[in-house]
Design a protein around this ligand. Structure first.
Ligand SMILES: [Fe+2]
Length: 432
């Protein structure tokens, strides 16, 4: 699937770009901000004009969400899995999914199936003496409580692979990918019907946990979002004064470009991030929240260009740290933070890859909080490249390249084996 550049409608002033992390970050930030302001000005509008449009749009969305919350409505759309399988998702539900950019799939897997997977994971790690050998967190992204991890750096359990390669997972991923525009300008940016089985970890948070949660942030990238050529094209309408045409569901130029390396990077293009619940979780027990406005990316990308932000500052975005969404720079957006409703084991939870999210704090958590992280990462040049590393990690039981090099499972004989792959699994790993 060769990615070819889509011709620009009109000549634009060029933007400097850095395909690797710039050596002098403050200088690169100053340069890109000057160039972006100049490009927007060439459209006849100022940055302030353009940002006012975005502010108006996001204010309306935030107002709608806070009003719905006050009326006691659930903010997160919910779709029943059988409707996805039968192709009978009502148009209104589809529209709400696109508006809010997030979704709970009820009954994605049977509750007994999910609870069984949870038990299988416990057996898998215990049979391999994982807790005795656990060396502490391999990164500082998720803090662990005591000596037992909350995030298990485990990737190749039979349970995880069975879920990743299941037909039910493939159907939901295809449905979610289908919300995106995946072809334009003669380029097929990704294949909505084929997932790349992005391997990620497990979270098991026991009853009684006190957790500070995770601050609001987003995951699609950091400085590379402004500074690489591919992202500059992906966000072209934000950067050339035609902000009304920005479409958060357009995959053009998102699926081939590089990302700056770092401990928080994700090599894959994900249409949606997601996880599958392996326990029941109540909405007030330290659960996931999002700012359910996919178009808020326009706000996040252009806010640093306003005059009140120092010239060498991108509203706190830098390298080796996730993109923070902060009270200081993004307060109006954060008013819309909305938590998931109660979920049961077997439900899955999804959110658009650009969206701000956080995990609420909890004291003395009631019940377990167990999930398998499984996103929708459709086949595209970027994911095909990463799949080569995933295949090698799978073959050797290693931690995948996007994660700390902990490699607990290399000697675990009961991990998922190549002979257990089905067609979907082989296809996802690029083995067909
Ligand atoms: Fe995140």
């Amino acid at each position: 699937m060769p990615a070819q550049p889509v011709p620009q409608a009109a000549p634009l002033s060029p933007l400097p770009h850095w395909e690797q992390t710039p050596a002098d970050l403050p200088d690169a930030i100053r340069q890109i901000k000057t160039a972006l302001r100049a490009r927007i000005a060439a459209s006849g509008r100022t940055v302030e004009d353009v940002f006012a449009v975005i502010e108006q749009q996001t204010e309306a969305e935030v107002g709608e969400i806070t009003a719905a919350r006050e009326r006691g409505e659930t903010i997160w759309p919910v779709i029943d899995y059988p409707d996805i399988e039968a192709g009978t998702v009502p148009a209104t539900a589809r529209a709400l999914l696109r508006r809010r950019g997030c979704l709970v799939v009820r009954g994605h897997f049977g509750r007994e199936q999910a609870l069984g997977w949870d038990r299988d994971i416990v057996d898998y790690v215990e049979s391999n003496r994982f807790f005795e050998n656990y060396r502490g967190p391999g990164d500082d992204f998720f803090a662990s409580v005591g000596s037992r991890p909350e995030i298990y750096p485990i990737y190749w359990s039979p349970a995880q692979m069975q879920a990743r390669q299941s037909d039910r997972m493939a159907r939901v991923q295809a449905f979610l990918n289908g919300q995106w525009k995946h072809e334009s300008g003669g380029v097929r940016w990704f294949d909505p019907g084929r997932d790349s089985l992005y391997p990620d970890r497990i979270r098991r948070r026991p009853p009684g946990t006190d957790s500070a949660g995770l601050g609001s942030h987003l995951d699609p990238g950091a400085l590379d979002l402004w500074m690489t050529e591919a992202y500059q094209k992906a966000f072209r309408h934000l950067f050339d004064g035609t902000v009304e045409q920005y479409d958060p569901w357009d995959a053009a130029h998102r699926t081939a470009g590089p990302q700056y390396p770092g401990s928080t990077m994700c090599s894959a293009f994900r249409t949606f991030q997601g996880w599958t619940a392996l326990s029941d979780m109540a909405r007030d027990q330290g659960v996931l929240h999002t700012v359910p406005i996919p178009g808020a990316m326009a706000y996040l990308m252009l806010r640093p260009l306003l005059a009140d932000v120092p010239d060498d500052d991108m509203c706190g975005v830098t390298v080796n740290q996730v993109f923070p969404a902060s009270q200081k720079w993004h307060a109006p957006l954060l008013e819309a933070l909305a938590g998931i409703p109660d979920v049961r084991a077997g439900d899955s939870v999804w959110w658009h890859c650009d969206m701000i999210h956080s995990v609420a704090p909890v004291t003395n958590q009631q019940g377990w909080g167990n999930v398998m992280y499984i996103p929708a990462a459709p086949w595209c040049p970027r994911n095909e490249r990463y799949a080569a590393q995933v295949r090698e990690a799978f073959r050797t039981g290693s931690s995948p390249d996007d994660f700390p090099a902990e490699h607990y499972e290399r000697a675990w004989a009961n991990r998922f084996q190549p002979g257990d792959l089905n067609d979907s699994g082989r296809s996802g790993l690029g083995l067909r």
